[in-house]
Design a protein around this ligand. Structure first.
Ligand code: C2E
Ligand code: MG
Ligand code: MG
Length: 246
């Protein structure tokens, strides 16, 4: 019923391209404005929804919200935006979800490459699942979605995963940047960034972290340094402001 009452809202957080200092990318993040309990953050309800299965409906709802936003944005004839969406590992028990997502994407007239699906390492929890995810990533590309590996470095990240899965981007977890002053952390980061795969640094909060990233070939930066996740309409306003200052 919370879905029907539109208690869930689409927030967008900018990802800024370092080289050009332009913002054409964002990540979609859900916020629950509960009439009785107020704002509930995703870490409090996503794990519950993953257990009881409601995550499927929530992710689908968010996906459609993103398509709706992009449709309006495309109609405004501004520069094309690209939005990434978090996909729960639960979806991989039924890879047919991709066909439904592709249908929605078509219905809203969203171009190929405008939507990226973010997976976390937790999707790869056993051999059987690994085979399923491999097929799903292949199908994602056929259907015009990009695919990224989220939270890299937060769990038992394996370079093998990067080798075996044809992802278009990796998102380095903010944990990487917490001890940026350490030489070892810098070396690992530089090495990852040199892989020929798009790299997004997450959770960047300080000028110091940004200065370090500028010495690397990291592609995009996402974090409070630029902006917190914003309600979709505020994100549109933020974009105008950001580009007018540049
Ligand atoms: P995530 O996908 O790794 O998203 C990034 C999280 O880091 C977001 O937390 C964001 O608000 C936060 N963040 C961004 N910049 C900074 C920063 O500079 N410093 C700090 N400390 N944090 C920063 P949020 O929005 O609370 O979401 C938490 C997680 O919940 C997400 O992590 C994602 O795994 C999940 N999630 C959010 N929305 C959805 C959704 O629609 N579907 C699914 N399946 N999962 C979602
Ligand atoms: Mg994410
Ligand atoms: Mg992340």
């Amino acid at each position: 019923s919370s879905l029907r009452q539109h208690e869930f809202q689409l927030y967008l957080q900018p990802k800024v391209t370092l080289k050009t200092n332009q913002c054409t990318h964002a990540e979609a993040l859900v916020r629950w404005h509960h009439p009785r309990f107020g704002n509930i953050c995703p870490s409090a309800f996503i794990p519950v929804f993953e257990k009881n299965g409601y995550i499927m409906e929530l992710d689908r709802y968010m996906f459609e919200e993103v398509c709706r936003y992009l449709q309006t944005r495309n109609a405004a004839k501004k520069e094309k935006l690209m939005i990434s969406i978090n996909i729960s590992r639960r979806h991989f028990q039924n890879p047919a979800f991709l066909e439904e997502y592709a249908e929605i994407k078509e219905r809203y007239g969203i171009a190929d490459g405008q939507i990226e699906l973010e997976l976390t390492e937790s999707v790869f929890f056993n051999e059987e699942q690994i085979a399923l995810v491999k097929q799903a990533v292949f199908r994602m590309h056929q259907l015009g979605f990009r695919c990224s590996l989220d939270d890299f470095g937060s769990g038992f990240s394996s370079l093998g995963l990067l080798k075996s899965f044809d992802v278009d981007a990796i998102k380095l977890d903010r944990i990487f940047f917490e001890d940026i002053a350490q030489k070892k952390a810098q070396d690992i980061l530089c090495w990852l960034i040199e892989l020929h795969i798009q790299v997004v640094a997450e959770g960047i909060e300080t000028e110091e972290q940004l200065d370090f990233l500028r010495t690397t070939t990291c592609d995009m930066v996402q974090g409070y340094y630029y902006a917190r996740p914003l309600p979709a309409a505020e994100y549109t306003a933020w974009l105008e402001q950001f580009h007018s200052v540049e």
